[in-house]
Design a protein around this ligand. Structure first.
Ligand code: SF4
Length: 367
């Protein structure tokens, strides 16, 4: 089997899982303008944006000898459940016959999930599979931990381009991991590299913290959201997103984990009591959670054509008023340009700064 997979977030983790299981893999390209144009050309016009980007990603990999694509299925009642089948059909109509291994949540169809695991297990022992899964899981936890530090510190370091290069360097170190011991060594080395950068934390009441919520693909994939976390940091604000890979694994695969997501669901109860597809309910719960944790603003990312996030968007004005927190909603599609995003984010952060300064002034006057 020559395998590939979609490009989303820390793609090196999926590559590591398949590589350690002994498969021959082809790394997908980071989505570019060309990828998006190709995907848009070969997708139904009404398909949601992530479908089109994945379509383009797959098409760019054709001709490299791939015979199998490993991907994830739907999460609740949204169109992601049909993605794999539809991609397969479109590729076949273009003359590329590939096998798709589509992982849905194990609790939805454990038998099928297990059959797919057995296919990927190939000749490895079950002990080796368990070890590899655990290594990859620990690796995703470690990367997420370091990334959260990066997206906080980057707001304050002066040489942001060198800091970005260091972060890329750290990710390359992670891609060379083979054992659990390597993970702790790479993590220690990563912290050392980050700590070399001087930064000055502003006083607590001047720090600006932004939470990003929305659909998982556009939230997690920087090439699709135009590096939104870097833009927010560039304007001097800290950022955290509602979706991280290790959290997704906890929610969907790990038994006895996912307590946090139940808590996030509970926080959404006043606005959305049921799961309507994608991560809409988590998006709402995360707004409440960010407010409770003292964040100053929320940026909502909605891929064009996404029904669950369209419903989230319709509730944002009320939530923003109820919780007294500014929310900026951005629709992402093939027309989205970085300059436009930068202008809107800059204005949003200026507004938060102004709001914080006038609150502080009022408090001084009242004292
Ligand atoms: S959550 Fe939205 S963008 Fe993602 S697959 Fe479902 S409908 Fe499409």
């Amino acid at each position: 089997m020559k395998i590939s997979f979609p490009y989303m977030g820390p793609t090196l983790i999926y590559a590591k899982l398949l590589e350690l299981l002994g498969h021959d893999i082809v790394m997908p390209n980071r989505p570019s303008r060309k990828t998006i144009e190709l995907g848009v050309k070969h997708s139904p016009e009404f398909a949601c944006f992530p479908f089109k980007v994945l379509m383009g990603t797959y098409l760019e990999m054709m001709g490299k000898g791939i015979d199998t694509i490993v991907t994830s299925g739907g999460h609740g009642p949204c169109r992601a459940g049909y993605y794999g089948e539809l991609h397969k059909k479109i590729l076949s109509s273009l003359g590329y016959d590939l096998d798709f291994i589509i992982f849905d949540e194990p609790k939805r169809d454990f038998k099928r999930f297990f059959q797919y695991v057995k296919r990927l297990k190939a000749d490895s022992s079950w002990f080796h599979v368990a070890r590899v899964v655990y290594i990859v899981y620990r690796m995703s936890k470690s990367i997420d931990k370091i990334e959260k530090i990066v997206t906080t510190r980057r707001a304050y370091v002066s040489n942001k381009s060198l800091f970005n290069r260091t972060w890329q360097n750290i990710l390359e170190d992670y891609s060379r991991i083979r054992t659990l011991k390597d993970i702790s060594e790479v993590e220690k080395k990563a912290l050392k590299k980050i700590n070399k950068f001087n930064y000055q934390l502003p006083p607590e009441d001047e720090r600006i913290r932004i939470g990003i919520i929305g659909e998982i693909y556009v939230v997690m994939e920087p090439s699709v959201n135009n590096n939104i976390e870097e833009i927010i940091n560039y304007f001097g604000a800290e950022v955290e997103r509602s979706q991280y890979l290790s959290q997704y694994i906890d929610e969907t695969i790990m038994p006895f984990k996912g307590k946090e997501v139940k808590e996030i669901f509970r926080k959404a109860d006043d606005y959305l009591e049921i799961i309507i597809g994608g991560h809409a309910r988590q998006s709402v719960g995360h707004i409440v959670d960010y407010k409770e944790r003292g964040f100053d603003g929320i940026i909502h990312l909605k891929p064009f054509g996404c029904l669950p996030e369209l419903i989230t968007q319709s509730m944002l004005d009320k939530i923003s008023l109820d919780l007294d927190i500014p929310i900026l909603s951005l629709s992402i599609d093939e027309q989205t340009a970085q300059a436009n995003l930068m202008t809107r984010i800059e204005a949003f952060i200026d507004f938060i700064k102004y709001q914080k300064a006038s609150k502080k002034e009022r408090m001084v006057v009242n004292e």
